[in-house]
Write a new protein. Structure first.
Length: 250
């Protein structure tokens, strides 16, 4: 049985005072009966204040990106060990905004995934096709290429109890969410790829859906057999809305 996971990706929003309020709001508002694992991913400068508010509670901390290299002369970068030191347990890698706006290739994403794993973090690997790719019928080919790059570079151990997030680019920040059936179709495909490679391991990998998830559409998405939770952008900036989504996930 996979425990559901809901992660809030705050992206580049807010000041430390908002981060403190939001983290405390989620910590205090999460109902005791919510069985999901809940993670907040603030921007780097807000990690300390969020870590402070979440300390000792059940909400975990994550980052939005990590450097693929070890500590050293890499101006502007943040290492996996620094994230652990800041209190992170998770890190998002390969978000489509990093791929499209900052030129992250499949190879860089694979190296980030492995580095995160080596430092003891759980990477949340983002995959997903653009609108053009979906319309051209290339969704499976794109997702397979993105997943295979990481699987081949990192190997079976790195995927044990891994987390993958299917985030169709056309659904991110657009209000146009994938239908539950579209999400299930791609999630099942991702699991079949993992299963073909590593058998039983695939059933333990959590596959999250991301892209315009709100409290109003989360329940149907989360009811799909291969949707194990969500990676939430805009709706994670409102503590009450985010908590409602968490409560719907299990
Ligand atoms: P939205 O929920 O704002 O569409 O963002 C999704 C996302 O990119 C999460 O990583």
């Amino acid at each position: 049985m996979r425990r559901s996971l809901v992660a809030g990706n705050w992206k580049m929003h807010g000041r430390s005072s908002n981060a403190a309020r939001l983290a405390a709001g989620v910590r205090d508002g999460l109902p005791a009966e919510c069985g999901a694992e809940v993670v907040l991913c603030p921007p780097f400068p807000h990690l300390p204040v969020a870590a402070d508010r979440l300390e000792g509670g059940r909400v975990r901390l994550g980052a939005q990106d990590v450097c693929e290299r070890e500590d050293g002369a890499h101006t502007g970068e943040v290492s996996a060990e620094m994230l652990v030191d800041a209190g992170c347990a998770f890190v998002i890698v390969g978000h489509s905004e990093r791929r499209s706006l900052y030129g992250e290739t499949d190879d860089v994403v694979a190296r980030k995934y492995l580095r995160a794993r080596q430092a003891g973090l759980t990477p949340i690997l983002c995959l997903g096709e653009s609108l053009g790719e979906r319309e051209a019928g290339s969704t499976r080919r794109v997702v397979e290429r993105q997943l295979t790059a990481v699987a081949e570079h990192c190997g079976e151990e790195a995927f044990r109890s891994g987390v993958v997030a299917y985030e169709p680019v056309w659904a991110i920040g657009t209000g146009r969410t994938a239908t539950p059936e579209q999400a299930q179709d791609v999630h099942a495909f991702i699991r079949s790829l993992l299963s073909a490679r590593w058998g039983e391991l695939a059933s333990g990998v959590r596959i999250l859906y991301g892209g315009s998830v709100k409290a109003g559409n989360a329940e149907r998405l989360f009811s799909m057999p291969d949707v194990d939770g969500g990676l939430i952008g805009g709706a994670s900036l409102d503590a009450d809305e985010f908590i409602r989504i968490c409560a719907l996930s299990g």
